[in-house]
Write a protein that binds this ligand. Structure first.
Ligand code: IFM
Length: 519
């Protein structure tokens, strides 16, 4: 009782302090206390880095400047599909990169993960390199390095050049392998003397499902009844075809890097995958089997071929002849074609058996998976993700046990809040605090994790909903012509942590913390 009263008084005290002076309260609340872990508990850079992530279309802007041509996201956004938002200006990092690097320094970031806009570097996807595009990425990389921030570069973050989509249908054509490899070659050749961490693709499983099955994301391929309002596509076959060509493109670029560049540039190449962690909706045998199937369909679709040279058995069984077969040469090239796996983890979901879907003659990927998924908290009225770091622990343990414990980066992890909501983003602090603590637990348990990148440095254009949500450490009012960056509480908190001070996110109760760390 006394303890509760003390806690209540303490919380009131914090609220009063926050309303009087945000910076004063920050120093008091984020700089004190000891919750049992700090930056130095993790390996030091370069063995382990903390950073933040972003992607070209979401932050760069300057969409039609200096020779850049449209990507499939420009087309989609200009058709009004992103709530009226476009990446035409976005956060204008193209012009404000120096300012943004200074924000990173101020925050204490050790690494910055960004992507290259293919159609800025090689307009039209193939052919001559755009000198101004080259100059921009050279400038950004140099700026990062001269400020002691490690660049981690993604080659493809959902923004395929529109020209390649128009010419041969992009990822559904095998022609893409040659063009992607040529693009990767330019990047390795031009930037590889300074960039040591290359990721070929960002979460292909998400952009393929959105773009080729349900068809609500670019390039909007789909077929009824699985997706509607698409002018082309085949939801039963194209998602499988697209992932196949993505894996072959990744493997081809990785082979090129390993054969031609790695020995002199001493870098690493990997691929990124999005994954939920799943738990069975009920304790029935059916739901338990469905939960494993969910992991095979989400995570295994991309990672199984990389580790074992083929798709998970259950995917081949359920998709039959619709999932392409690797020739033995392709399988050999794909298997082992990575130095690390990048993981985008946000939340844990329930999986429920839905084997009835397998009785339907014509199926898409979702029907083939024969599962239904649900959020953990059915009553959740807020926009924010339930905080489930224990799911990330279990996912990393699963990868360790089933996929040979590869070197791994958490490439994306972050809390979603409503755009233009409070700068006092306690839920983001609680979210990051919980996940970073969980990461430490799994590292202590032998997981081969090498870094943590929060999503995202800035409130950028959100690919999934345009202007509804934001993930940034720094708030930007996208209507402000100056696009001023303003730190949220989470930026201060991350900074305190990275600068090796102890911290305690006092807005969560001890009970909350207990809840985050165990199921
Ligand atoms: O903003 C996206 C990002 O582009 C890809 N991963 C998920 C993020 C949040 O939705």
């Amino acid at each position: 009782m006394i303890l509760q009263l003390e806690l209540l008084l303490h919380l009131c005290f914090i609220i009063v302090l926050i309303s009087i002076s945000p910076s004063l309260s920050l120093d008091l609340e984020l700089g004190n206390g000891d919750d049992g872990f700090e930056r130095d508990d993790f390996p030091a850079p370069p063995d382990f880095v903390f950073g933040a992530s972003a992607s070209a279309y979401q932050v760069e802007g300057a969409a039609d400047q200096d020779g850049r041509t449209p990507s499939i996201w420009d087309t989609y956004a200009h058709e009004g599909k992103m709530d009226g938002a476009t990446g035409d200006v976005a956060c204008d990092q193209y012009h404000k990169y120096k300012e943004d690097v200074q924000l990173m320094v101020k925050t204490g970031l050790e690494a910055y993960r960004f992507s290259i806009s293919w159609s800025r570097l090689i307009p039209n996807g193939r052919g001559p390199v755009n000198p101004k595009g080259l100059q921009y990425y050279n400038n950004l990389i140099d700026q990062l390095i001269s400020n002691g921030i490690q660049p981690h570069v993604t080659l493809h973050h959902a923004d395929l050049p529109q020209a390649l989509e128009d010419e041969y249908g992009g990822w559904v054509s095998p022609n893409i392998v040659k063009d992607f490899t040529a693009y990767a070659n330019v990047c390795f050749e031009q930037f590889g003397d300074r960039v040591a961490h290359w990721t070929t693709m960002n979460e292909p499983n998400v952009f393929v499902l959105g773009g080729y099955d349900i068809g609500f994301l670019p390039p909007q391929h789909c077929s009824a009844p699985f997706g509607v309002n698409c002018s082309r596509g085949n939801s039963s076959t194209e998602p499988y075809l697209a992932i196949h060509n993505i894996l072959l493109s990744h493997a081809s670029a990785a082979a090129l890097y390993k054969q031609t560049y790695q020995h002199k540039q001493r870098g690493f190449i990997g691929i990124n995958v999005f994954s939920y962690w799943f738990i069975p909706r009920t304790e029935t045998q059916h739901d338990q089997v469905a939960t494993q199937r969910a992991m095979d369909f989400y995570f295994g679709w991309v990672v199984h071929p990389l580790v074992y040279g083929d798709y998970p058995r259950v995917m081949k069984k359920n998709a039959g002849s619709r999932i392409p077969t690797f020739t033995s040469a392709e399988s050999a090239q794909v298997q082992g074609s990575f130095d690390f796996i990048g993981l985008n983890y946000y939340v844990t979901l329930y999986a429920e058996d839905f084997s009835a879907a397998l009785n339907i003659q014509e199926r898409d990927y979702t029907a083939d998976s024969a599962i239904q998924i649900y959020p953990l908290d059915f009553n959740q009225s807020t926009f924010e993700y339930p905080i489930t770091p224990w799911g990330m622990e279990e996912l990393l343990e699963y990868i360790k046990q089933n996929y040979g414990n590869p070197p791994l980066y958490i490439h994306e992890n972050g809390q979603r809040t409503r755009r233009n909501s409070s700068l006092e983003d306690w839920s983001r602090i609680e979210y990051m605090h919980g996940h970073i603590h969980s990461l430490l637990n799994v590292i202590r348990n032998g997981s081969n994790a090498r870094g943590y990148f929060m999503w995202s440095l800035l409130d950028s254009i959100e690919l999934l909903d345009g202007l509804k949500s934001s993930y940034g450490l720094y708030y930007i009012d996208l209507d402000d012509p100056e696009l001023k960056r303003q730190p949220k509480l989470s930026a201060h908190w991350y900074s305190k942590f990275l600068k090796k001070k102890n911290f305690t996110p006092h807005s969560a109760s001890d009970a909350d913390h207990q809840r985050y760390f165990s199921r």
